[in-house]
Design a protein around this ligand. Structure first.
Ligand code: SAM
Length: 375
């Protein structure tokens, strides 16, 4: 590895690792390696900026600062104090340490965080700063007494693109919506309809994808607070991204029976500068009588029911979804996200694949009437 090369990790929802690896390859990253929950790769500052700016399916991008065996607190402090934190943290920047411990002698998260924080203060030759407008997150993972120390380069998680101002109940994370579109092989050239669109995650992420718009172009990142932040490089990547945007010609539609959800989706489209390109309708599933355009993809994440509600109560809604797909969208491809196979079966649609994913920590499956491109 060259000297300026860093070990970088893009964290994803389990199931989206290969999508994320493909996104990294498209950004010019050599040999991204998928592991459970993310993708490891080597790169420099430019790759960190590019990953944050462009990755649609990743939740955050972290950089490994060091690793090694640690089984007691004095050792943990000493090891932390020897790491090159000064490359990423200014002396005046407060730090928050997030800890996960598995099968290790060090298991007390708070004490681990304190020891690492003390080590960072020692490495930076400082006394701990007061809280400030920005706090650098440091991630410490201890597994079978092996400790890995990383800094977060993203700040707010990457699904926070900046356009979602209005929320509804149970919205999908933008990263999951964008990851699913890519899993399905949707390339921005065929129409898309989401008849239960809620806050509009599928149509809005589809619009960003089709327009080749960088999802992180409108927000700030933790790396902007690092001592070596290269603003000129960041600006040139933003300018390059803006030059690469394409005019949107594909038809994208969302609908929901809930007026508040449609209002939220329209407000989000407005914030994203996409209100001229995505059409939102106040419409119940049963009220679709004609497809807005030729042929494309119907995608939906209808209600699953509350935790204590039984899926059977939603059977009529899913059956209606199936009826509408057959009657109004007969030649369209259909993708359905739901945790329950019995609800997918209630649609009567000929699903040929079911892919497990996690939505907000809950196991769900992506059912499709077509074969997804190999993942
Ligand atoms: C799980 S939410 C969808 C969330 C959405 N994917 C998002 O990211 O915001 C399900 C949506 O289906 C809508 N819905 C429920 N029954 C419906 C029906 N019969 N027709 C149309 N929409 C319906 C609800 O109002 C809700 O917004």
């Amino acid at each position: 590895m060259k000297n300026d090369q860093l070990d970088i990790f893009a964290a994803t929802i389990p199931g989206l690792e290969k999508v994320c690896a493909r996104e990294l390859t498209a950004l010019g990253v050599d040999f991204p390696r998928t592991v459970a929950g993310g993708v490891e790769f080597c790169g420099d500052l430019r790759h960190i900026y590019l990953a944050n700016l462009w990755l649609r399916s990743a939740g955050r991008v972290t950089v490994r600062v060091g690793s090694g065996r640690c089984s007691d607190f004095p050792e943990l402090f000493k090891r932390s104090a020897r790491l090159p934190w000064g490359r990423f943290i200014k002396p005046a920047t407060p730090v928050k340490v997030l800890v996960t411990c598995h099968r290790s002698r060090l298991w007390h998260g708070e004490r681990v965080a304190t020891a690492v924080m003390d080590g960072i203060d020692r490495a930076l030759g400082r006394s701990r700063p007061e809280s400030g407008p920005f706090t650098q997150q440091v991630l410490v993972r201890i597994d079978t007494d092996r400790c890995t120390f990383s800094v977060d380069s993203s700040g707010l998680l990457l699904h926070r693109r900046g356009y979602r101002q209005a929320a509804v109940r149970a919205p999908l994370r933008e990263t999951l919506a964008a990851g699913i579109l890519q899993l399905l092989g949707w390339d921005g050239t065929t129409p898309l309809v989401d008849p239960c669109c809620g806050s509009g995650s599928f149509p809005l992420e589809a619009a960003l994808l089709a327009a080749h718009r960088a999802p992180g172009a409108a927000r700030t990142f933790a790396f902007m607070h690092w001592p070596r932040y290269r603003e000129g490089l960041w600006r040139s990547l933003l300018a390059e991204a803006a030059r690469g945007e394409r005019p949107l010609t594909v038809a994208l539609h969302g609908a929901d029976r809930d007026l508040a959800a449609v209002a939220a989706a329209r407000a989000n489209a407005e914030h994203a500068g996409l209100s001229a390109t995505v059409t939102f309708h106040e419409r119940a599933i049963a009220d679709w009588d004609v497809a807005p355009v030729g042929c494309g993809l119907v995608i939906a994440n209808p209600p699953y029911g509350l935790r204590l509600e039984r899926p059977e109560t939603l059977t009529p809604l899913y059956a209606e979804f199936g009826n509408v797909c057959r009657r109004v969208f007969p030649a369209w491809r259909v993708a359905l996200l739901t945790p329950h196979r019995q609800l997918a079966d209630a649609t009567g649609l000929p699903f040929v694949q079911a892919l497990p994913l996690l939505n907000g920590g809950k196991r769900v499956q992506l059912f499709t009437t077509f074969r997804m491109p190999s993942r």
